[in-house]
Design a protein around this ligand. Structure first.
Ligand code: SF4
Length: 380
């Protein structure tokens, strides 16, 4: 059976992937305290005979004081701390490698409690996510270890899918980045490793933890979920009450071109995808973004630009053009700057708002997964 037809969106157990050898055993199956929403935490403490005031104290330790040990929660009784330690854990990933500098985009490689690696990317306030000027501090977060979706231009797919990240592992990326930056992250993009909509339950919980005023208190409009086009989950997310933003990794304006580089397109064709996007725009006030990596000789034909313009107009989308950045081990090339401009000009002629970022080195979206890939290969 075609691999694409076997997509299972929650746990993806039937996808064939190359398993990673963890270099430390999985030590605990207890839930992490930081994966509980304020309501869940209050209910859990109530079941232990504790008042809602204790829940408020606990939330304060987790999200304001940000301790990483239950023993440090000094205003809770020793007895309650023991009960909490018995039921929950409070591990956080560790940063094992940093690439970039204080003033530029910084990529962090994180080691999880089971020895797996993921990465996140911090984009300073002076550089917007699309290369524009920005006063936002943006973090690009991962949602899975590896990825099953196998997009042909992406490093994350090269080692296959290993597992979903838990909600606490997703939000911990923000806590660690803020600790390093000594600043508040106020814009989140789910464009790191993994397909976020294939991990929807944990994604939605992470969204709740990020947006809750008892959690990280980031406005929902400052959260962008990027998907390769998982149609049923797009519809589910459209029904979610929060005004989160959506970006689609399109990378091809026709099925013929898109299927060459995105196997997901064999499962949900472009027409079906755009029906889901129309549903999204009927439910949300946020403008959609279509991401389009320009790959020489693959999807950069100007006819693709004309079709892309029509599709973008049909859902009122903004287009972000990203000239391809080389990924070690992959064969694709970047088109010339003149050709990239010509492609953008077709969109402009059709009155489609579009950005084109030509500078090199800002490789986070085209080459997510590279740091982790290097780490995995060096520890094999
Ligand atoms: S582009 Fe996204 S969905 Fe596609 S393989 Fe990479 S991480 Fe997965």
């Amino acid at each position: 059976m075609c691999k694409k037809l076997s997509f299972k969106l929650e746990n993806q157990p039937s996808l064939d992937f190359k398993p990673q050898k963890p270099d430390s055993p999985i030590v605990s199956t207890k839930p992490n305290l930081r994966s509980l929403t304020a309501t869940e935490l209050t209910d859990s403490l109530a079941a232990l005979g504790q008042s809602s005031y204790r829940a408020t104290q606990l939330l304060d330790w987790l999200w304001k004081k940000r301790v990483n040990s239950i023993d440090d929660m000094s205003n809770l009784s020793a007895e309650l701390r023991e009960i909490l330690k018995d039921k929950y854990e409070l591990t956080v990933p560790t940063v094992v490698r940093t690439q970039g500098s204080q003033d530029t985009t910084r990529k962090f490689l994180l080691k999880l409690h089971d020895g797996r690696f993921v990465e996140c990317v911090l984009i300073p306030a002076s550089v917007g996510f699309y290369g524009n000027k920005s006063d936002r501090l943006t973090l690009c977060v991962s949602s899975q270890v590896g990825c099953a979706f196998d997009c042909k231009f992406c490093a994350s797919g090269l080692l296959g899918f290993t597992r979903n990240l838990s909600a606490d592992e997703i939000v911990s990326q923000i806590l660690l980045a803020e600790e390093i930056a000594k600043d508040k992250v106020n814009n989140i993009v789910f464009m790191g490793m993994g397909e976020p909509l294939a991990n929807l339950p944990n994604l939605l919980k992470a969204v709740e933890l990020m947006t809750s005023h008892q959690g990280l208190n980031i406005g929902a409009r400052h959260l962008t979920i990027s998907t390769s086009g998982v149609v049923p989950q797009i519809k589910k997310l459209a029904d979610h009450p929060k005004q989160i933003r959506l970006a689609i990794s399109l990378h091809g304006a026709t099925d013929e071109v898109r299927s060459q580089i995105m196997p997901v397109n064999d499962r949900w064709k472009i027409e079906e995808l755009f029906q889901a996007l129309k549903y999204w725009t009927s439910k949300k006030k946020q403008r959609l973004t279509l991401e389009y990596i320009l790959i020489k000789g693959v999807n950069d034909d100007l006819e693709q630009a004309r079709i892309l313009a029509k599709r973008a107009k049909s859902v009122g989308a903004f287009v972000n053009l990203i000239p391809y950045n080389t990924v070690e081990g992959l064969q694709w090339e970047r088109p010339s700057e003149d050709h990239c401009r010509a492609f953008r000009n077709v969109l402009s002629k059709h009155d489609v708002p579009a950005t084109l970022r030509l500078e090199k080195g800002h490789d986070i979206d085209a080459a997510c997964g590279q740091l982790r890939l290097r780490e995995e290969l060096s520890t094999e």
